[in-house]
Design a protein around this ligand. Structure first.
Ligand SMILES: [Zn+2]
Length: 141
């Protein structure tokens, strides 16, 4: 087996994804070849660093995922409650304002001088008196 061949397969050797015969071939080569053994040691260092980094990266994700699962029911409940509360408060506000408006309307109607209000409403229809320019034009002709 050539050095280059062995070096190319050492990653898979460390991963454990080689067949038994391939592992035997590499083991045999490593016994006699110090260069490839050194290369394997360096590769092993990188490999363990890589694995430890992977673990470090995975841990917080796992924790946050677990935490999210744990918090999920409570979060959902509050998330659902607030819009309901908001609509309920808004509905209550609407009922109060409509009720208040009706009450104000009733009070206005019950006032003894409500006839004045009718007069005020009817005044704009008295066009000639309300618009002097028209009256001026009418008298001019
Ligand atoms: Zn070698």
């Amino acid at each position: 087996m050539k050095h280059k061949e062995v070096k190319n397969q050492l990653v898979y050797y460390l991963e454990g994804s080689l067949s038994a015969s391939q592992i035997v071939n590499i083991d045999l080569h490593l016994k006699d070849c110090e260069g490839c053994r050194f290369y394997l040691q360096e590769l092993e260092k990188d490999f363990t660093v890589m694995l430890s980094e992977k673990e470090v990266e995975n841990d917080p994700y796992f924790f946050t995922r677990l935490k999210a699962k744990m918090d999920a029911p409570a979060e959902k409940r509050t998330f659902k409650l607030t819009p309901i509360l908001q609509t309920a408060l808004f509905a209550l506000f609407l009922i109060i304002s409509i009720g208040g408006g009706i009450e104000i309307g009733k009070q206005l109607h019950h006032q003894p001088n409500s006839g004045q209000n009718d007069a005020l409403v009817l005044l704009p229809f008295d066009g000639v008196n309300e618009e002097p320019i028209e009256q001026f034009l009418l008298t001019l002709e």
